[in-house]
Write a protein that binds this ligand. Structure first.
Ligand SMILES: [Zn+2]
Ligand SMILES: [Zn+2]
Length: 102
């Protein structure tokens, strides 16, 4: 039960599924009940594919928000004054994903 004082709780590059070091390990969201709240688990790319795990950074609303931001950055039809068709649709997807998650 020793807690590192300055670094992140989980060692970087460690996969909790095959229980070994990995360069592709990222934090994943775990829905299983027995893992308890706030468990930060890391899984490498092969384990994520095998188990169908979702990286935390790629949850639906985050992906949708990233798409939306990327679009509005590049799109000439999207400005502070309004959104083009595509921009509006991406914003809808983002808001719907948010509602599902929260
Ligand atoms: Zn693994
Ligand atoms: Zn646009």
């Amino acid at each position: 039960m020793t807690t590192p004082s300055s670094t992140t709780p989980a060692p970087f590059g460690w996969c909790h599924w095959h229980k070994g070091p990995s360069g592709t390990a990222v934090m994943v969201s775990v829905v299983e009940q027995n893992s308890g709240p706030g468990a930060a688990l890391y899984a490498c790319a092969p384990c994520r594919e095998q188990r169908g795990l979702t990286p935390v950074a790629e949850q639906a609303h985050e992906v949708a928000y990233r798409d939306y931001l990327l679009h509005t950055t590049d799109c000439e039809g999207c400005s502070r004054l309004g959104r083009c068709d595509v921009g509006g649709r991406l914003r809808n997807i983002y808001q719907q994903a948010l509602e599902v998650t929260c």
